[in-house]
Design a protein around this ligand. Structure first.
Ligand SMILES: [Zn+2]
Ligand SMILES: [Zn+2]
Ligand SMILES: [Zn+2]
Ligand SMILES: [Zn+2]
Ligand SMILES: [Zn+2]
Ligand SMILES: [Zn+2]
Length: 258
């Protein structure tokens, strides 16, 4: 339907035929678009600092920083925090300082204590408390390393060396720190994992136990797991090789000590 006698304009658009003209647009300034015909132009916001007061759009300029957070758009930056110990009271960020360790957990931020945290602790009463409440062998070893109380430290190493619930790596670490000859002798003679027996021998200072290991294989073969296997089994030859190896290690250790 053509408008033969002139269009009936409403703003930029004819109500009759739908034709549009480039005047009297009905601009949505924030979207930069005519609401009637869809023509576009550059967006024009009503900026109030970082935020458009009309549409709420945020720009990364002119923030109203209150410490680490913009009070207008809540954007965060990693500076000017307000620290309360390990935690920022404004944004909740955590820093690795001033944790308050109780029962192996920080009462302020809730994080669980790790061996790395223990390395930074020197307060002996706190270390002793952690030793009692430790949730894992890695933390326990880290604590023992920092304790002045060598008796307690050795008890921790001994417990970890003997525990079946601890990984071989951590047991090895603990064994290397043991000085208790009785515990080392027990491990050297009866632990079923050859690298642990070897580590115990390498750390031993008691000549008589070393000589005992060099001279007799009875103690080594008396491990319960070896008893349950027969000559000719793969395990048997492996066990025999391990015990020969252990005797060699003991000989070398004894020579080094003499
Ligand atoms: Zn028309
Ligand atoms: Zn228009
Ligand atoms: Zn806007
Ligand atoms: Zn802002
Ligand atoms: Zn903050
Ligand atoms: Zn904390």
């Amino acid at each position: 339907m053509a408008c033969l006698f002139g269009h009936k304009w409403k703003g930029c658009k004819c109500e009759n035929c739908g034709k549009s003209r480039d005047e009297q647009h009905d601009w949505d300034l924030c979207k930069g678009k005519c609401k009637r015909c869809g023509k576009t132009q550059a967006e024009q916001h009503n900026w109030n600092g970082c935020k458009c007061s009309r549409c709420g759009k945020i720009r990364d300029e002119q923030h109203a920083w209150d410490g680490c957070v913009c009070s207008q758009c809540r954007r965060q930056r990693y500076e000017q925090h307000k620290w309360d110990g390990c935690k920022c009271t404004i944004c909740g960020s955590i820093r690795e300082e001033q944790h308050i360790w109780v029962n192996c957990k920080c009462t302020n931020c809730g994080r669980a204590l790790t061996p790395k945290d223990v390395e930074k602790i020197s307060e002996q009463s706190l270390l002793a408390e952690i030793a009692i409440n430790s949730k894992g062998p890695a933390v326990s070893i880290a604590v023992a390393d920092k304790l002045n109380d060598q008796t307690l430290a050795q008890t921790i190493y001994a417990d970890i060396s003997r525990s079946d619930n601890v990984s071989d790596d951590l047991r090895l670490t603990a064994i290397k720190k043991l000085v208790d000859q009785q515990v080392l002798a027990d491990i050297a003679k009866s632990n079923m994992f050859a690298p642990l027996r070897k580590a115990a021998v390498e750390n031993m200072t008691d000549h008589s136990v070393l000589i005992e290991i060099i001279n007799g294989d009875k103690d080594i073969y008396s491990c319960s797991w070896v008893e349950s296997i027969n000559e000719g089994d793969d395990y048997f030859s492996a066990a025999k090789n391990n015990s020969l190896d252990l005797r060699k290690t003991a000989s070398k250790r004894l020579a080094d000590l003499r």
